[in-house]
Design a protein around this ligand. Structure first.
Ligand code: SF4
Length: 208
């Protein structure tokens, strides 16, 4: 009998079926995974890692609800997005919805990568978050483990932000695509003049 873990914070929040609660989104990022890709930052993380660069993603309260179908359409409508990266917040607390999104994108040939503060072993255990196996089954790449400040790596050639984190390659075709650097920063200026700063620790800062 499975004993998947439920999140007491999420139980208090109503995310309608078919929707994700996200913190942010960007197209054409080149510092959050292989090549040029969309990034979805989900809302909600309970880890409170010291020096987290994205503490605004911690609350589980509704930030922005977006229908999975709309998000898939948005990602696919930009032909420069060859894949998508799920970051956070903790993607695996919204694993069932992200698995649904991933399925739609993969059917159009995109690759899918996710960060997580869980270890792969925790995700695969019977006590992992609900839907974790389903999401893992859709991933080409996973970077697991929380950010640990005392183990931080500040090198332009490092794929991970702290040495406890690991890159798991589920799709062998991605083996020669491990070219990003977690220490790089990217600034996106959007049409409305707002800016998104991303890349460092795989996180995002949204500024008006
Ligand atoms: S670094 Fe990541 S796992 Fe840690 S608190 Fe921040 S969002 Fe959560």
């Amino acid at each position: 009998m499975a004993h998947t873990k439920s999140n007491p914070y999420l139980e208090l929040i109503e995310i309608p079926a078919g929707y994700l609660n996200i913190m942010g989104y960007v197209d054409e990022s080149e510092v959050n995974g292989p090549g040029c890709r969309a990034v979805v930052w989900v809302q909600g993380c309970s880890r409170e890692c010291s020096s987290c660069f994205n503490p605004a993603s911690w609350p589980f309260a509704i930030n922005e609800l977006i229908a999975i179908d709309s998000l898939a359409h948005k990602i696919l409508s930009n032909p420069r997005n060859e894949g998508v990266t799920f970051s956070g917040g903790e993607p695996f607390w919204q694993a069932p919805a992200l698995a649904q999104l991933a399925r739609q994108l993969k059917s159009h040939g995109l690759n899918v990568m996710s960060f997580t503060g869980f270890t792969l072993e925790q995700l695969r255990s019977p006590y992992g978050p609900a839907g974790a196996q389903d999401l893992l089954g859709q991933l080409d790449l996973l970077i697991d483990g929380p950010y640990v400040e005392s183990l931080a790596i500040h090198r332009p050639d490092s794929l991970v932000s702290s040495s406890n984190q690991q890159v798991h390659i589920f799709n062998p075709a991605m083996r020669d695509r491990l070219t990003w650097a977690s220490d790089q920063i990217e600034i996106h200026v959007l049409k409305d003049g707002s800016r998104i700063v991303t890349g460092y620790h795989g996180q995002v800062n949204l500024t008006e």
